[in-house]
Each structure stands twice: as C-alpha cells, then as structure tokens.
Design a protein around this ligand. Structure first.
Ligand SMILES: Nc1ncnc2c1ncn2[C@@H]1O[C@H](COP(=O)(O)OP(=O)(O)OP(=O)(O)O)[C@@H](O)[C@H]1O
Ligand SMILES: [Mg+2]
Length: 229
C-alpha cells in the first residue's frame, strides 16, 4: 500500500531576478514499511525534497499526498497536526533542547499531541532503551556523546509512532564508529515499528541498506547505482 505519493513535484527558489529550479517534476511513491535512500551531490535538492514531503516547505508545482493528507495544500494549522501525528524527523544536528533531560526531550512531542504524562514517560523509557540509552535517561544533552544525542533524537522522532520517518544525513556529524551504531539502531528501530523511512545520505554504506536506492540529479530522481567498493 502506498502511503506517500508525489506527482509532478517541482521547486523553484526565487532570489531577486534569478530563478533556481531545484526539483523538476518529481514522481515518487513510498510503500508502507519501505526503506528508501536518496543520495546525490551537495546542492542537488535532497533536503529540499525531504522538507517538501514533511510539509516544512511548499512545492512550486505538483501534488504531495501522505496518508490522508494533501500536504501541498494544507494550511499551517493542519500542517502542524500532520507533522505531529504522522511524521518523525531526524536531522544531521540533533536539535535536543539543552535544558531538558534525554527522557524529557523524548517525551515532548507526545505532550504536544496531548498524551498523558504516564503514557509519555513509559513510551519514552521504552524507546530510549531500544536505542541503548536506558542508563542515560536523566542526562542532559551536554552530558551525552554525539552518537548518544543522535540516538536520543531518533527516540524522540519515534515517540508518536509516525508512519513516516524522514532522516536527513543522520550520521553526517558522527565518526565511523558512532555512524555505524546509529545506522544499525535506526534500521532496527524503524523495522520494529513498521515505519516507512526516507534517508538522505552521502554514506554509501548507509545508502545500500535501503530496500530501494534513489539518486537525485539535475532535479530528477533516478534509480541509484550500487557501486561495490
Ligand atoms: N530557501 C532557499 N532559498 C534559495 N535557495 C535555496 C533555498 N534552500 C535551498 N536552496 C538552494 O537549492 C539547492 C538545493 O539545496 P538543498 O539544501 O536541497 O541541497 P542538498 O542536496 O540537501 O545539499 P547538501 O548535500 O549539501 O545538504 C541549493 O543550490 C541551494 O542553494
Ligand atoms: Mg541537505
């Protein structure tokens, strides 16, 4: 079953007199539980595409449907609700709030949709355990390693059981060892929760872990080639 559908999606950035066409008529369908990786050179529009899917930006043309939302035409209030209920985001930078513990950071999105404190705490503890942070619940972000922060950010992205997880270079700031750990936790947890994952990455190894591998080039999506290095 397809849960996300992009039809003829284009994005043009206007700055002053010049138009920069970043995406030209993208068609894409994502099935439930699928893991899709997107690679492409810097500036090719990978983050732009992810932001459009997540309703963080609007397309210049075309349609984006996700679950039962027409994402391209939602007003701000409905977009906020769509993101809170259906989406998880993981970025290159963790964006954890520094004055809150790991547990509190993970609980916050659940509060936003009105979950009780008891249920939010239970879920957050379970997720932090799944990502290997059961001993770090009361640590502040400054007391966590880079890899641990990214795993906490992953737990936060999953607290509302999103159907769609969008990850933009989730291991971009990590060393090889931590990247490998975050990658395996990401894949494991996403599979366990049955979420669809779109992952933007420069990392060949991570890109290869996807069920489907795509490449963004000159504003169009093509099937990625698997280079065995
Ligand atoms: N808000 C904006 N206004 C104008 N141009 C933008 C804006 N956002 C992105 N761009 C331009 O669109 C192009 C695509 O940007 P995008 O961030 O999607 O690339 P990317 O593939 O994610 O690159 P990277 O791998 O470096 O993260 C770039 O040339 C960028 O300069
Ligand atoms: Mg980017």
């Amino acid at each position: 079953m397809s849960i996300v559908r992009l039809r003829g999606v284009s994005k043009v950035f206007r700055s002053g007199e010049t138009d920069l066409t970043v995406l030209r008529g993208i068609d894409l369908e994502l099935s439930e539980g699928e893991v899709v990786s997107i690679s492409g050179s810097s500036g090719s529009g990978k983050s732009t595409l992810l932001n459009l899917m997540g309703g963080l930006d609007r397309p210049t043309g075309g349609e984006i449907h996700a679950f039962d939302y027409a994402v391209h035409s939602l007003n701000e209030a409905d977009l906020t609700e769509f993101r809170a209920r259906r989406l998880g985001f993981v970025f290159q930078f963790h964006f954890l709030l520094k004055d809150f513990t790991a547990l509190e950071n993970v609980m916050l999105p659940a509060y936003m949709i009105g979950m009780s404190r008891k249920e939010a705490t239970g879920r957050a503890e379970r997720l932090l355990t799944e990502v290997g942070l059961s001993e770090r619940l009361d640590h502040y972000p400054s007391q966590l390693s880079g890899g641990e922060r990214q795993r906490a950010a992953l737990a936060r992205a999953l607290i509302n059981e999103p159907g769609l997880l969008l990850a933009d270079e989730p291991t971009g700031n990590l060393d090889a060892e931590n990247s490998a750990l975050v990658e395996s936790v990401l894949l494991e947890v996403v599979r366990a929760h049955g979420a669809t994952l779109v992952i933007v990455t420069h990392d060949e190894r991570l890109a290869r872990l996807g069920d489907r591998r795509l490449r963004l080039e000159r504003g169009a999506l093509t099937r990625g080639t698997v280079e065995d290095r």
